[in-house]
Design a binder for this molecule. Structure first.
Ligand code: TRP
Length: 334
């Protein structure tokens, strides 16, 4: 049987933290074993909010290197703007998208509030963001999209666009993509275990995947264990987060033995923290080494990802050619 196709994409940000890694990227690495995968670093999407051009380019390359360092296969990786057909298909899809539905998107409402807060400027790109996302997915005729709950609405819109397109052109051209739910760990901030690990909360709130060993250990050691609001007999959010990290890092032996201690009331927080620090520092050391190696061959790495983007672009071009044919646009033979 032919392998099913998976598409996922991520916006380039400077660092990668353990929330990103355990919550999404590690899953990408796993999915590669079973599916034909397309993983995009979506720089066009990163322009929808106020941004710095210089930083965007830096972040895009840094993020590519980070993804490679943690085990994403170069052949599966592309940079969105190196496949400009995404933007072309987005335009075509705009004409198959309900304007009202776009204005009702939760992410648009949230982000337009943030964006508008600065100087009142909200780009049309921000409104159109989910249509570009639909193009990202449908251009590879993906069967599955591994997404979190927050992206479910965008996937629904993607299916609506595919359906409207199919109806209008009178052919079941696009398969309707489904979301692929995998139980991925939700990692909380070490400084505030009631909130998600996040870069935007500030330095104390995330642990960098490529952090120096000392820093990683220090951050684990200073993680909040008791917030004082835990009901009697329940595990506090901070302790639960440490156990979650241990499990996510696959330190099962330590996990089982410490969980045994917890259940018998003999758990010492220092032991738990020590085990988590060992697990994360071990991973970080390995990832940092790999990244250093990649950074030493930056030119080759860039060329490699440009080449894989070019390869992936061919599939995108096929789709766009079909689409233009189906919707009455003019194609040149190429
Ligand atoms: N919107 C996604 C996010 O904010 C990123 C994204 C862009 C994406 N295009 C996609 C995710 C296509 C899955 C499929 O996380």
């Amino acid at each position: 049987m032919e392998k099913k196709t998976v598409l996922s994409a991520i916006q380039p940000t400077g660092d990668m933290h353990y929330g990103n890694y355990f919550g999404a990227v590690k899953n990408w690495v796993e999915l590669q074993k079973k599916y034909t995968c397309f993983f995009g670093v979506v720089d066009y999407h990163a322009m929808t909010m106020p941004y710095s051009p210089k930083k965007l380019r830096e972040n895009t390359w840094d993020f590519i290197i980070n993804l490679l360092a943690v085990g994403v296969e170069p052949n599966n990786l592309f940079i969105q703007s190196l496949v400009p057909e995404h933007a072309e298909l987005c335009w075509i899809f705009n004409c198959f998208t309900s304007y009202g539905q776009l204005t009702r998107m939760t992410q648009f409402k949230d982000k337009s509030q943030q964006a508008g807060g600065e100087d009142g400027f909200i780009s049309a790109g921000l409104l159109d963001y989910p249509v570009l996302q639909a193009a990202d997915i449908l251009i590879y005729r993906a069967d599955y999209v591994p997404v979190g709950k927050d992206q479910e609405q965008h996937l629904e819109l993607t299916r609506n666009i595919a359906q409207r397109f199919n109806n209008q052109v009178g052919k079941e051209y696009f398969v309707l993509p489904e979301s692929l739910y995998t139980e991925t760990p939700k990692i909380a901030s070490p400084a505030d275990p009631n909130r998600k690990m996040s870069k935007s909360l500030g330095e104390k709130h995330y642990i960098n995947v490529f952090g120096e060993e000392n820093r990683v250990r220090k951050q684990v050691k200073s993680a909040v264990t008791d917030t004082g609001d835990t009901p009697e007999g329940e595990m506090s959010a901070g302790v639960a987060n440490l156990f979650e990290l241990l499990k996510a890092a696959e330190s099962m032996q330590a996990y089982n033995s410490l969980m045994g201690d917890y259940e018998s009331g003999a758990l010492k927080y220092v032991d738990l923290k020590e085990a988590v620090a060992d697990a994360l520092a071990g991973l970080s050391n390995q990832f940092r080494e790999k990244r250093q190696e990649l950074n030493g061959n930056k030119k080759e790495v860039k060329n490699m990802v440009k080449a894989s983007s070019e390869q992936i672009r061919k599939r995108a071009q096929e789709t766009v050619r079909d689409v233009k044919e189906l919707c009455g646009l003019i194609n040149v033979k190429y």
